[in-house]
Ligand binder design. Structure first.
Ligand code: ZN
Length: 259
């Protein structure tokens, strides 16, 4: 594959096509364009390859290997990422940066994150939540505000996000609050609450349910991570962790019982 391909704004359409967002006429026009555009051909190949990798069954047998590769890719692209508290959508990143568009590892990373964060459908949302969780586990990325005090974490979100996420500490029940951060999921800023269970981290993503278009049955395991979704009091909740499923269920039950 060529080291340097020219930039092409239509790579975004390639991604949109894979996400099922193009109508027949748009798809046909893109196909015509792509036939003569090596950049868009390469983008499609990379997106398909990355998507296949992240959804591959081999997670069952080589989770550490695959997880390491995903983390390595996310780490590669990290310098390009906006700060976690960025207010602009991540889908704007990096695709079109610079006159040359190298399709090395960096472009794979960009492709992976870019498609992960577009989120038109449930699987992509779960993908994105797991990817965000993995990214957050890297040193220095877990919390924007570090506190075990819910009365510190909750006000921290004031003015940083357009809703007031509920924040609770379950230290007495074995799930101490560690802090919080801002993230971007489902095409909007979301609150991420960080909990610890023994050596495991639980991320709890919270955002208003209204208008989010996400009404999904909740419970999934992906890439060795358990993901549980529920809605309550007008909020979407997504909990993700590599703790055992029974422990994540215990955590979710505490939230559902909380006043
Ligand atoms: Zn093109």
């Amino acid at each position: 594959m060529s080291e340097h391909l020219p930039g092409c704004e239509k790579v975004l359409l390639v991604q949109a096509e894979l996400d099922g967002e193009l109508d027949a006429a748009q798809a046909a026009a893109l196909e015509t364009h792509r036939a003569g555009c090596p950049t868009c051909q390469a983008a499609q190949e990379e997106l398909l390859r990355t998507r296949a990798l992240l959804r591959a069954e081999p997670y069952e047998t080589t989770p550490d290997d695959v997880r390491a590769r995903v983390m390595a890719r996310l780490r590669q692209v990290e310098p390009q990422l906006a700060p976690a508290a960025a207010s602009r959508p991540r889908r704007d990143w990096a695709w079109l940066r610079g006159p040359s568009f190298g399709f090395g590892v960096g472009a794979v990373c960009t492709a992976a994150l870019s498609f992960l964060l577009l989120l038109p459908a449930r699987n992509d949302l779960v993908d994105a939540i797991v990817a965000d969780h993995i990214r957050a586990l890297q040193p220095g990325h877990l919390e924007d505000v570090v506190s075990t005090d819910q009365h510190t974490v909750k006000p921290w979100f004031d003015g940083r996000i357009d809703f007031a996420p509920p924040v609770r500490d379950f230290a007495a029940e074995g799930f101490p609050l560690k802090g919080g951060r801002l993230d971007y999921l489902a095409n909007r800023p979301v609150a991420a609450l960080v909990y610890q269970r023994d050596k495991h981290i639980i991320d709890l993503y919270v955002w208003p349910a209204s208008g989010a278009g996400v009404h999904l049955a909740g419970d999934t395991a992906m890439q060795g991570y358990n993901v549980v979704h529920w809605t309550a009091d007008g909020m979407n909740f997504w909990a993700v962790s590599d703790v055992e499923r029974s422990q994540l269920d215990e955590f979710v039950a505490l939230w559902k019982k909380a006043p």
